[in-house]
Design a protein. Structure first.
Length: 469
């Protein structure tokens, strides 16, 4: 555990008597820095519990004492969060004289919010009512619960490669096996999905579930076209697996026409839909939802009684007041306009830097938060991250099996139409070796803080200096 240096000064509790008695001054030394008496004290799940890779980068960035442009995660630009409206609605709630929102809520989720969502999904062609909707603590809770309900140890789950890192952690934490199938520019390769499904069926371990983020996927920005949606559904029906449609970016469309929901194309038996208000209203509010057959919803509700006893009630009321008050539509339009500007700024800088070089390719998403870059020849992009952070920017590198991939989140506040950074001269320096040294030339001073550098060194492999310009 790292103790915040800000808390290490002498405190009122740390007098000389404490020192004499051997009692460490409060905040200076904790006796809780270790672990339980033995790893065996934990269950198998507890021993091997997995977190999110991206969250790790985020918490690191949070600790650094200089700004790093975080092109890292699906975090909204804070300036676009509806502070004033939520403040006003919140004040109305607290001043209403009705304290019911401070009491326990129903585990199912607020009835009014579930009714609102059911109507929204009916408008999208899904014949549901409020009994098919439950509110979760963020979208990720829905994914976690589906893994909990469907997976026995070793059960294979097909995922898009790359995928949202928390989804992968959910599968592992529920002892499932991740079966990655490569993303293409038009979504997951369905023939490869079928190949994997047959392979695992042949081994006597049928695939239980595929998790897809079909619209403006995190982290590639790719949308699954209609034809592939239909093929995927057909596969799910023929081989009897569940499609978890995790779709939090769907409403953030800048251009083009939406594809139908997988949930709308299905007959209600093979698709579970998860989403969240994190991208359209606020991630801090932690309100998400699941839309599914009633049997699934009932299980989720029962499980929630022992997990968190339901989602924060004031947060749900606030979200509902926001929707009922007619603020959601204009907010989504405002966000789509703003993110479109950011996307265009980023794409035009990519054009300026790499337009002449067909070894660098990138996606041009019609919505959402992400752009995906592919570099050739093969490069260890994790190592490039070290260079980039020294220049004041963080991106998400591809994993060991996705060595040449870079994912850029365009939602950050730092990207504006006037762009605070120089042309993303993600300048590639030495194409003759397997190293592509990338200079990411943002207008931020180089990393000078020694403690920041050493903290970085713990998690980010450094590339040989000879390859760094
Ligand atoms: C694809 C995807 N699914 C789910 C989530 C989780 O949403 P929430 O923050 O509401 O838990 C995210 C958040 O980044 C995401 O990108």
């Amino acid at each position: 555990m790292i103790i915040d240096p800000g808390n290490t000064g002498p405190s009122e509790a740390s007098d000389s008597n404490d020192a004499a008695s051997g009692v460490p001054p409060f905040g200076l030394h904790s006796h809780l820095t270790g672990d339980l008496f033995s790893p065996q004290a934990y269950s198998t799940v507890g021993r091997d519990v997995k977190g999110s890779g991206i969250d790790k980068i985020f918490s690191l960035l949070d600790r650094l004492d200089r700004d790093i442009v975080p092109l890292v995660a699906g975090s909204p630009d804070p300036h676009l969060l509806p502070l004033e409206t939520l403040g006003k609605l919140s004040a109305e709630m607290y001043e209403s004289g009705d304290p019911s929102f401070l009491n326990y809520g129903v585990v199912d989720g607020e009835y009014a919010l579930r009714t609102f969502l059911a109507a929204k999904f009916r408008d999208e062609g899904v014949p549901v009512d409020e009994d098919n909707v439950t509110i979760t603590t963020g979208g990720v809770q829905g994914i976690d619960l589906m893994c909990r309900f469907l997976l026995d140890p070793g059960d294979p789950v097909v995922v898009e490669a790359p995928s949202y890192s928390n989804t992968l952690a959910c599968i592992l934490n529920h002892r499932g096996e991740i079966v990655p199938v490569e993303m293409e520019y038009d979504g997951i390769n369905i023939e490869d999905v079928e190949r994997q499904v047959k392979l695992f069926a042949g081994r006597g371990r049928p695939v239980k579930m595929i998790i897809v983020n079909p619209t403006f996927q995190n982290p590639t920005g790719i949308t699954l076209p209609l034809e592939r949606r239909k093929q995927l559904l057909d596969l799910a029906h023929r081989h009897n697996f569940v499609i978890l449609e995790d779709d939090p970016y769907r409403d953030l469309r800048f251009s083009g026409a939406p594809e139908p929901l997988l949930l709308a194309l299905d007959d209600g038996s093979h698709v579970v839909h998860t989403s969240t208000f994190a991208k359209t209203i606020s991630p801090g509010i932690r309100v998400g939802y699941v839309i599914a057959a009633k049997g699934v919803i009932d299980r989720i509700i029962m499980a929630r009684s022992t997990i968190d006893n339901g989602t924060n009630v004031p947060a749900q009321r606030l979200v509902y007041a926001f929707c009922r008050g007619g603020y959601l539509g204009p907010q989504v339009e405002r966000l789509a306009r703003a993110y479109r500007t950011k996307k265009e700024a980023m794409v035009s800088q990519l054009e300026a830097s790499f337009g002449h070089d067909d070894r660098v390719k990138w996606t041009n998403p019609e919505g959402g938060f992400f752009i995906w870059l592919t570099l050739e020849p093969e490069v260890v992009t994790e190592d490039l991250l070290g260079y980039a952070m020294a220049e004041g920017v963080a991106f998400v590198p591809g994993s060991a099996s996705e060595r040449s991939l870079i994912f850029l989140a365009l939602s950050t506040q730092h990207i504006t139409s006037a762009c605070l950074f120089r042309p993303i001269s993600l300048a590639i320096l030495d194409l003759s070796t397997t190293w592509l040294a990338m200079r990411t030339f943002f207008r931020t001073p180089p990393l000078t803080n020694a403690s920041a550098s050493s903290t970085l060194a713990q998690v980010i492999p450094t590339a040989p200096a000879a390859n760094c310009l």
